[in-house]
Design a protein around this ligand. Structure first.
Ligand code: SF4
Ligand code: SF4
Length: 89
């Protein structure tokens, strides 16, 4: 199946890469990706550490269908937390 491919303003082919997952083990909850995303795809969530009775905030993908595949979140992330996918049409 062919990949979903767009065009740049200059007419070159461009393949969107959509945010697929955030590695909660690596995420430090800095929020850079949240600020970078113009599509409200991302949102904070708390994960519990039951052994130590603590919780910490990490980023999650809350509205995946809003993603336009710009990969800006991954560019801003200092911990390389994001995985991306292309789409078949
Ligand atoms: S790829 Fe772009 S639109 Fe999708 S979550 Fe990341 S910053 Fe938002
Ligand atoms: S930029 Fe990376 S480390 Fe910071 S909140 Fe987003 S996913 Fe987590």
């Amino acid at each position: 199946m062919p990949l979903l491919i767009g065009k740049t303003r200059g007419g070159e082919d461009w393949t969107p890469t959509f945010a697929e997952s955030v590695d909660s083990e690596k995420c430090i909850g800095c929020g850079r990706c949240y600020k970078a995303c113009s599509r409200q795809v991302l949102g904070p969530t708390d994960i519990e550490d039951e052994e130590n009775y603590t919780s910490r905030m990490v980023m999650d993908i809350v509205e995946p269908d809003n993603c336009i595949g710009c990969a800006g979140c991954g560019v801003t992330c200092p911990k390389n937390c994001f995985s991306f996918i292309t789409l078949e049409i």
